[in-house]
Design a protein around this ligand. Sequence first.
Ligand code: ADP
Length: 589
Amino acid sequence: MSKAEVPKDEDLRLATLRECCVLDTPPEADFDDLSQLAAELSECPIALVSLVDCDRQWFKSAIGVNVRETSRELAFCAHAILREQPFIVGDASIHPLTCDNGLVTGPPHIRFYAGFPLRVSNRQSLGTLCVIDTVPRALSEDTLRRLKMLARQAASQLELRRLTSALTIARDQAQKSDRLKSEFVANMSHEIRTPLTAILGYSDVLMETAPSGLLAKEDYAHAVGGIRRNGDHLLSLVNDILDLAKIEAGKLDFEPRRVSPTQLAQDVILMLRSQADAKKLKFEMVVEGEVPESIVSDPKRMRQILNNLLGNAIKFTEIGSVRVTLGCDQAQNEMWFAIRDTGIGISESQLACIEKFEAFYQADASISRRYGGTGLGLKICQLLIGLLAGRLNISSEVDKGSVFTVVLPIGEKLDTRYHDTIAPAIANSASTNLSSGCSADDEIVTTREKSLTGVRILIAEDGIDNQRLLRYFLKQAGADPVIVNNGFEALETLGSMVQTRAPDLILMDLEMPVMDGMTAMGKIKQIDPSIPVVALTAHATEEIRRQCLQKGFDHFLTKPFEKSSLVMLCEDIAKASRRRTYDAALLVD
Ligand code: ADP
């Protein structure tokens, strides 16, 4: 028998065949219907959808035979795929290409064969739709035409499979690179947070210790204040990038609860007042008509939005005022915060671009050089407002100022409170007073000084700077810290501590060499389940927090932490465990 040649583009053809993902798959009605129709139209007992693989022909559909494949050497279809037109053999026993073929000389004794090449759109012929009979035959023009149509349908099915699997691969790759991007951002955030913990913490330490005489007290405070402010700025950039990545990955946590809009706006104003004061801007809050006492929304996200918009208003205003107006549209069950400034304003063409809310867009390069910024703020605001089911409207006039209006749904119908005039807002500056070397936070700690007296704290942390910082903060608050380098050492030390006096709480970093925090946590609860353990980590994501709490951690504190939050958390834990001991003692009595 004359063996069929191998097509010139065989490698490409086989690759295309593989891309269809149909070889060795179960029979499917899509193909079986076509071969059944072909058998009926041609009145042949056998009809196949045959795919020519490297050394076999495999039948995706087979009517009238029980085999699923034969060797390629025996395949009539191997000849058919070399042709543009159908390959028709009226009597195989006398055709030079097939007369000595085993399927002709032996069972099933093929005599008639008509194979219609299955071409996918890039022209490769992957196999045939063919009809076979055991007696010599001919086909009418009409039947030929109809069989060609069926073959085109079979080829379209193959093409569809190929496109679907290409799409699936592309989607999987996109998901993978999305995941890699998110992991990268989370990792970077962790890596940046860790040194920031030391930078911010040490600037606090320096702020509290008197200068040694090398610098005047005021210069010293400015220098340290500079480190602190820049560290804070760096932290807010890291948070922005992490937020943007989370929002884009659809993973931003949204925690609705009751929140007082006036209180929240006042808090944000309080936080930003020092910036407005430094530029001698009038900074006030006005409540127009009735606004709800509380709405149902996510306070963390609302704070973030207001902080961003008010921060921009102050940044882009040199003279005049920044005013937040709160109002409510009861009919629509909505309320709004309008942030109005008398700053540089935005031109019509720039406004059109800004309203597209592209990340990293800044109205004009000279503005960004002068005022700084990343162009992430408005994009994040827009996405967060969307998350809260609200909307953001912007109106602005160059050199006159801008109004950014955030409209939010009120949620369930709630009580309203009437405010009839300009609220006194925040009368006095409560800003961080750098020149005196004392901040609002510090005051809280000072009044709580030594509030951790006698509290024994086991700390597992591998970073030497952060070890020193934690020791300093906790000792200063009166605690008795015991520091180890990893989870394994924590277990060893805990084992010996419980013999004498168990720690009142454990601060546990998550990523440490030898034994990480999660692993150590599981084992600690076996030694003494009653000791509260705080996860102390630069992984500032909701997912990690959930994992920690699931693993048995009692609390979660992210780096960088404020001294006051660290001390307060330890204080609360110590108080709670004292209360438990006291209650237990009463029960015993
Ligand atoms: P940036 O970090 O640059 O402030 P944003 O996304 O917050 O990034 O703002 C994007 C751009 O929109 C800013 O660079 C500025 O050109 C313009 N813009 C935002 N708020 C104001 C405002 N209150 N007044 C004038 N221009 C503003």
